[in-house]
Design a protein around this ligand. Structure first.
Ligand SMILES: [Zn+2]
Length: 231
């Protein structure tokens, strides 16, 4: 599974979370040429459950930046690729205020999220406000996990199956909270021994990942994730 954040022509990027639309298109075309199709996490996991999906790559976009609709969606549509967008329903139309150093980047409004969903993009929860859930007390943890799902399901009038841990930080307690909130899967970054359907590893793809590095990441990732295949 490949993890993206923001897609725009933005030179000021201290967290290295931005790729340009051109670079995104080149990376995804590179997969397409090799017979690999980018899909949402829901589609990937459904295929794996049927024992398929070897030529599929899960594509995820974290935080729900407004530039997703303007810059990533057209690229995905040109290639007929799917993806999962993890949004923050507690910050609709807000910005990435949780990044103290980075440039302010606007987040999608409710309408923008609906627009992505109408275009076939899977929408999942990234919590309400982007906090480190392992540092939250029980009440706050529950609100972030349960309320974010309820708000999104209201907004989309559809079930929300996926969660994504802010910062990729998780522990047994947060995984349990995600499980009891009813999510079917959750994305992390490098969850180590917690790896499973509610702690799926992902690879960060950045602006400097040329085709060769992307290929190596893809192969390594396939090897690493083998223990969770067949979920
Ligand atoms: Zn995030």
């Amino acid at each position: 599974m490949a993890m993206y954040h923001s897609v725009t022509d933005c030179p000021d990027d201290p967290y290295r979370i931005t790729v340009t639309p051109d670079r995104l298109e080149r990376q995804l075309r590179w997969l397409a040429v090799r017979g690999v199709r980018g899909v949402s996490m829901a589609e990937l996991l459904a295929a794996r459950a049927r024992g398929e999906g070897r030529r599929l790559a899960g594509l995820t976009f974290d935080d729900g930046y407004a530039d997703f609709v303007d810059h990533a969606l057209p690229v995905l549509r040109r290639l007929d690729f799917g993806a999962t967008l993890f949004v923050l329903p507690g910050r609709l139309g807000g910005d990435n205020a949780w990044d103290p150093l980075g440039p302010r980047k606007p987040l999608l409004t409710a309408d923008g999220i609906r627009q992505a969903a109408r275009a076939g993009i899977e929408v999942g929860s990234h919590g309400l406000t982007h906090i480190d859930l392992t540092a939250a007390d029980d009440l706050r943890l529950k609100a972030e996990v349960v309320e974010s799902r309820a708000v999104l399901e209201d907004l989309l009038e559809a079930p929300v199956e996926g969660f994504c841990y802010p910062y990729g930080t998780l522990d047994r307690r947060t995984v349990e909270a995600v499980r009891s909130a009813g999510y079917r899967y959750a994305c992390a970054i490098d969850p180590g021994p917690l790896t499973g359907p509610l702690a799926l590893p992902r690879v960060h793809v950045g602006q400097n990942d040329d085709a060769v590095r992307l290929f190596l990441k893809y192969r390594l990732h396939r090897l690493r994730r083998r223990p969770v295949e067949g979920l």
